[in-house]
Write a protein that binds this ligand. Sequence first.
Ligand code: ZN
Ligand code: ZN
Length: 214
Amino acid sequence: MSEAHIERVFWAFRERIVDLKRDTRFRFILVFKNHGAAAGATLEHSHSQLIALPIVPDFVREELDGARRHFEAKERCVYCDIIRQEVESDRRIVQENADIVALSPYAPRFPFETWLLPRQHGARFEEAPRSVYESLARMLKSVLQRMNRALENPAYNLVIHSAPFSESHGDFYHWHVEVMPKLARMAGFEAGTGFYINPTSPEEATQVLRAVRL
Ligand SMILES: [Zn+2]
Ligand SMILES: [Zn+2]
């Protein structure tokens, strides 16, 4: 897809979310994409999925609680802190543009896990300013091209992390996109603990993705 096309897909996500939010049964909406059979895709053609839920999943709750604890201790958003520190150290930054920073998180669960974070603080994807979707589309295209060249067209999951709309998370939560190539299989240890063994350091993943010539 062209950058303009990807941007239109983000706008479609936004419009669907804004519409579904009016339904009072729902408390959380997950937008995600499974690319490739290994990532759970069940259709041949490129597609994303959106599921509205009547509850906030525990998994989401855990991330929100972590962000809240950081905010209570530091009076700053943890994601804004991550962006500031990572840009300064420049060890795990895959690419930056005016609105979006793509980085390998400090403790990734999966090899080449990459997060796309908006520089401007905001708890919800659907409330981002118009220009951010354009920048996000450009960044996503570039990050996926890097992964395709470096990792030979991997299957991947893409998930948009955005605050539940039933509650206020404005100060401490910061929406973002997580891209997780499917390079390793979940096994017994992961299933039994919720911990992940990742053989690729985020610094190494960053170097590999950065070295790709676009
Ligand atoms: Zn923030
Ligand atoms: Zn997240």
